[in-house]
Design a protein around this ligand. Structure first.
Ligand code: SAM
Length: 226
């Protein structure tokens, strides 16, 4: 393993994209400490609430660990990685190329702040996005939800994972985290599921299907397309 975080954590613009040190294996796969801690519980909630047959697009795949872990447990699932960040995509390619199956695809290059992102892709049975919408301008959340409304087939599902406030109530650890994010970038911050995200979902034809409390004051949130 080598630590090459100086380059990994910055986009070409110099904008930081990730918040933590990530190790890199000889074969190019990167490992995120926080993903290593949460990927088992995220997988279990995914398997219980999301389509396990069909095609899922992961937005903001980062190291690529979630997709590798979930497809190992769901043998009828095809999973397409995506990211805006070239170094993250390198890691996603490495996870794809070292998998024991050929159901990891991509990575696509997409930025959810752009109109009509992934417009030539889909429809998908599922969209999955972990830990992006608070570490990006709110436009990224707006674009993600609008895109889910556009790209999911009827009955398809979107799963978000990460920290949220609920009706302006926020766990103290998430409030501290949100302040830290806002210091890094004034448009970043923990989103309010009820006040920020549900109105977007409503406008995109997505019904809230379930909310699961996760360790460390995170939530998994699943929506279903009308
Ligand atoms: C904290 S990492 C999370 C990675 C992974 N989802 C996980 O949970 O391990 C945030 C990811 O969001 C990506 N990202 C940030 N803004 C984005 C945008 N507007 N569109 C797509 N991806 C974005 C970054 O490149 C980075 O890979």
């Amino acid at each position: 393993m080598s630590d090459e975080n100086k380059d990994y954590q910055k986009a070409e613009s110099g904008q930081p994209l990730a918040l933590e040190k990530r190790d890199r294996a000889e074969d190019g796969r990167r490992f995120s400490p926080s993903t290593g801690r949460n990927m088992h519980v995220v997988r279990d909630v995914f398997l219980a609430n999301m389509p396990t047959v069909g095609h899922v697009l992961e937005v903001a795949s980062g190291t690529g660990e979630h997709g590798a872990h979930i497809t190992d447990a769901a043998p009828d699932l095809i999973w397409t990685y995506s990211d805006i960040d070239a170094a993250s995509q390198d890691s996603q390619r490495a996870w794809r190329d070292t998998a024991a199956h050929d159901r990891l695809r991509g990575p696509l290059t997409l930025d959810t702040t752009h109109d009509a992102w992934a417009e030539s892709e889909g429809p998908f049975d599922g969209l999955f996005c972990a830990n992006m919408i608070h570490i990006a301008p709110f436009a990224a959340a707006q674009g993600l939800i609008a895109g889910a409304g556009r790209l999911l087939r009827q009955g398809g599902r979107l799963m978000l994972y990460g920290p949220f406030a609920r009706h302006r109530e926020i766990a103290p650890s998430n409030a501290r985290f949100s302040l830290d994010l806002q210091r890094r970038h004034p448009q970043w911050g923990v989103r309010d599921l009820d006040l920020d995200i549900l109105p977007l979902a409503d406008g995109a034809g997505l019904q809230l299907s379930g909310v699961t409390a996760m360790p460390a004051n995170n939530l998994s949130v699943v929506f279903e397309k009308d």
